[in-house]
Write a new protein. Structure first.
Length: 118
């Protein structure tokens, strides 16, 4: 597969070089296309921590709950997604516009899975 990819890249590069036009750089992947763990680490882990325990400096300062705790895990999927999409109070930003509905659902699922790793 790498050989095929390199061959295709070579053909594209050669065609571009002969055309004399500037290449348009590829745009970064949209959050909905990124790996859910990458999005969690980028957007959520600063407060919630990599493991969901909220034992980060910011998580402790805001007195956040461990998302793996039973009372937090009892929330419905809709409540989790709503929190991601709309934010929570003044401490958690709304990510709905940035991440979209699909990634918000994937994040909710990912965060629920953290409780199983506790």
């Amino acid at each position: 597969m790498k050989v095929l990819s390199l061959s295709i890249f070579g053909v594209i590069l050669a065609a571009w070089a002969m055309s004399g036009t500037a290449a348009v750089p590829a745009s970064p992947p949209a959050p909905a296309q990124q790996d859910v763990k990458e999005v969690y680490l980028d957007k959520c882990a600063v407060c919630h921590g990599e493991d969901g325990a909220a034992q980060t400096a910011r998580g402790k300062k805001l007195k956040m709950k461990d998302i793996r705790a039973a009372d937090v895990q009892k929330q419905t999927q809709a409540q989790w997604v709503d929190a991601i999409v709309k934010g929570v109070g003044q401490d958690m930003d709304a990510y709905g516009k940035e991440l979209g509905a699909e990634m918000s659902r994937k994040l909710a699922d990912y965060m629920r899975e953290l409780s199983k790793k506790k």
